[in-house]
Design a protein around this ligand. Sequence first.
Ligand code: PAF
Length: 283
Amino acid sequence: MQIVSDITELRELRRTWQSSKQQIAFVPTMGNLHNGHLKLVKEAKKHASKVVVSIFVNPLQFGPDEDLDAYPRTIDDDKTSLAALGVDVLFMPRVSDIYSRGLEQQTFVEVPGLSYMICGASRPGHFRGVATIVCKLFNMVQPNMAFFGEKDFQQLQVIKAMVTDLSMNLTIHGVPTEREPDGLAMSSRNSYLNQEQRKIAPALYKLICEMADEIRGGRRDFSILMQEHKEKLASLGFKPDYIDIRSANSLLQPSHEDKALVILGAGFLGKTRIIDNVQLVIE
Ligand code: PAF
């Protein structure tokens, strides 16, 4: 596995691969890799002859009171895991190269609408930061395809919308969420949880699954269902952020015609924000 920090060096490699007509798959990450990330890499390998993974903790997507400095960095372990999976290039750009004119002056990419709702309402500017870095990384790596986890369902929709709106020439693949044996979605932020919080954490997924079962069983009083489960989440020790039922295609409030739904939830355990979602199709 080649480790590259320099954008020029990456572009040089990209040129050689392109001349031999290789398909390039890209997995952008912020490091602290867990099995969820490794699943993205394995999927990428199935689809392309060259796989590039990036590790870049993107300051532009963290709010002023968020965990940019505390974000777990485990670069040696990450390198070992990626090399073992046969990744071709690990791209680790420097903040000063990515944001060479400073964060304040940075041109940004914003996907309106989708970026302001649900998680975007609680984390203003977050999806602007995500769309901007992903667009920049796409411009550097120029992949034929890129892989993202469905755990960050809204992020996946924002990126798909950006790719469509800006006529980007690549395919976006969503990969199902990888879970711990008790159902908790794998996330780098799980490492912030203390023992007691870790025990409570899987309840968010359980509640969302319960809601999905109730909807499959015929319940359509969505606002009452959401309110009930938000209260349940609070009674279990979470500080709920939202529990929402949306159209899986548009992320808007579902209309009677919407058959593909997604239930999304977010809540705090102490300072740690846990998010999850379940997709379902109704008759
Ligand atoms: O999902 C993440 O880890 C990040 O939001 C991403 C897509 C790598 C952009 O920084």
